[in-house]
Design a protein around this ligand. Structure first.
Ligand SMILES: Cc1ncc(COP(=O)(O)O)c(C=O)c1O
Length: 487
């Protein structure tokens, strides 16, 4: 049999011959080029014809025998009778058909935005990385490693590190006015993991979840992937505004809201709306998921009361994250749960997600306990407030009295509303070409609702960049305006 092709050039550089021979033989067997039952030459004669050492052939043969691709007995070595389906048809077309995601996943996943967009000026959702308290964090990290034992190296404790749960409960009680205890806190790998847990533990496949419109896109992904039906409910100036039809025709099992600073419009849900929502959710057997992702950076006065703390035994789950207050790559957040379900959620983190990050959890507990977290929040609050004020002034100077800004009560972004004559998505394209990461409000919005504006993040905007970034944004808006007039 002609087997010269087994070591024909080009040979991969730095790969031993025996490995090349093994891989090429295996590919030939799995692709059907060498059919089941085909006898192979004795090792000595194959070595002679390929002009290599016999041991090289022996290595490849033995490896393939061990894997079940070859059979070796007194009659010699031959290709094993592999099951029909393990032989891939040549051409690879059948693979393209079968190697597919589930229909649910294919529909749920969003096209990936440009990766570097998050680091560009005006990209929403990004904290000021330059102001991260590296020294105090490193000190907490070193203490966590110094005191680390088997508990920190293994899977996380039921519901998360006890000291961290305790520290978060204390922080929420004093800073957010939520009277909660550590047993109600479950540590998660950020909001996304918390939403995923809620979708799977509080709803059944096919149940309806209400999403804010416009709203947070990543939440939709989590819900769709969990097999839930997402029903869009409009947001008005007081927050989520469901009507009778929403309640009667699309009864929710879950209601996902960002009441303290609606994402992306930045509106704050009024107290009557909060109370009405709790009442109606209670009546229709729905859970409210309260995503409180950036109320730590409240501009004036304390944050509005969380739905979670408004009424005893309300069907509310509160979600917090350290992505904005520290950094998103930390992947730490938490759920605050009614006692009735807190232990079940803690069980789920051990059984469903196999939580870890023991060292990071310890570090964060130390960071909070020593007061570093509170002082970091204080200084960031002042920094973001000053930055927002400077941004407002610059935008007002550039756009004059026609400017309509909203959403500045908290957080790290503002919304600049555009007149209907200028399409936000076109401005965003122009702005991206100028190196800006602003997002179109319409990209968060589902029909028939329409919104036209720019979501402008200022969290990671270096001080020196502000004037230049505003200049480019104005150029993008004006160019689009000119183009529209000419059309
Ligand atoms: C509405 C909203 N919730 C939560 C988060 C944080 O998500 P995570 O904790 O998964 O980083 C973000 C981040 O941009 C957000 O915009």
């Amino acid at each position: 049999m002609e087997l010269d092709w087994l070591l024909a050039p080009p040979l991969p550089e730095a790969m031993p011959r025996q490995r090349v021979l093994y891989l090429r033989l295996r590919d030939a067997i799995l692709s059907g080029r060498l059919a089941p039952g085909t006898p192979l030459p004795a090792s000595r004669s194959l070595a002679a014809s390929l002009k290599i050492a016999r041991n090289t052939v022996l290595f490849a043969y033995e490896q393939l025998v061990a894997e079940g691709c070859l059979l070796a007995d007194r009659q010699g070595t031959r290709v094993a009778p592999l099951p029909e389906r393990s032989v891939a048809p040549s051409g690879g077309e059948a693979s393209a058909v079968s190697l597919q995601l589930s229909a649910r996943a294919a529909a749920a996943l969003q096209p990936e935005p440009a990766r570097e967009a998050a680091a560009l000026p005006f990209a929403p959702g990004t904290p000021d990385y330059g102001a991260f308290p590296f020294r105090s964090w490193r000190a907490s990290l070193e203490r966590a490693w110094r005191d680390a034992g088997w508990r920190q190296l293994g899977y996380a404790a039921h519901g998360g590190d006890p000291a961290l749960r305790e520290a978060i409960a204390g922080h929420l009680t004093t800073v957010r006015g939520l009277a909660v205890d550590a047993a109600q806190i479950v540590i998660t790998s950020g909001t996304q993991a918390a939403l995923d847990l809620c979708a799977r533990l509080l709803a059944d496949h096919g149940d309806t979840v209400w999403a804010e419109n416009p709203g947070y896109l990543a939440a939709r992904v989590a819900f769709n992937l969990a097999g839930l039906r997402v029903h869009d409910v409009p947001v008005d100036s007081e927050g989520l505004a469901p009507n009778e039809d929403d309640w009667s025709k699309h009864p929710p099992r879950l209601i996902m809201i960002t009441p303290s600073h609606q994402y992306p419009t930045g509106r704050v849900m009024s107290l009557p709306r909060r109370l009405a929502l709790i009442e109606q959710a209670r009546r229709s057997g729905a859970w409210i998921i309260e995503d409180d992702y950036d109320s730590e950076f409240r501009r004036a006065g304390p944050a509005p009361p969380a739905l979670f703390g408004l009424q005893a035994d309300a069907p509310v789950v509160y979600v917090g994250t350290f992505s904005k207050t520290l950094y998103p790559g930390l992947r730490l957040g938490y759920l605050v749960l009614p006692h009735a379900i807190a232990t079940d959620f803690a069980r789920a983190t051990t059984q469903a997600t196999r939580a870890g990050q023991g060292i990071e959890q310890r570090t964060l507990a130390d960071f909070i306990q020593r007061g570093y977290y509170t002082s970091h929040l204080r200084s960031m609050r002042a920094r973001y407030a000053a930055r927002q004020a400077a941004l407002r002034t610059a935008l007002r100077e550039a756009f004059g009295s026609s400017l309509e800004l909203s959403g500045g009560e908290a957080g790290l972004h503002l919304v600049l509303w555009l007149p209907d004559s200028i399409r936000d998505s076109d401005v965003v394209k122009r702005a991206a070409a100028l190196g800006l990461g602003v997002r179109a409000l319409s990209s968060y919005t589902r029909a028939p609702m329409t919104c036209n504006g720019l979501v402008i993040g200022y969290g990671n905007l270096e001080e020196g960049m502000l004037a230049e970034a505003v200049r480019r944004l104005v150029a993008a808006v004006q160019a689009e305006d000119r183009q529209r007039r000419e059309d």
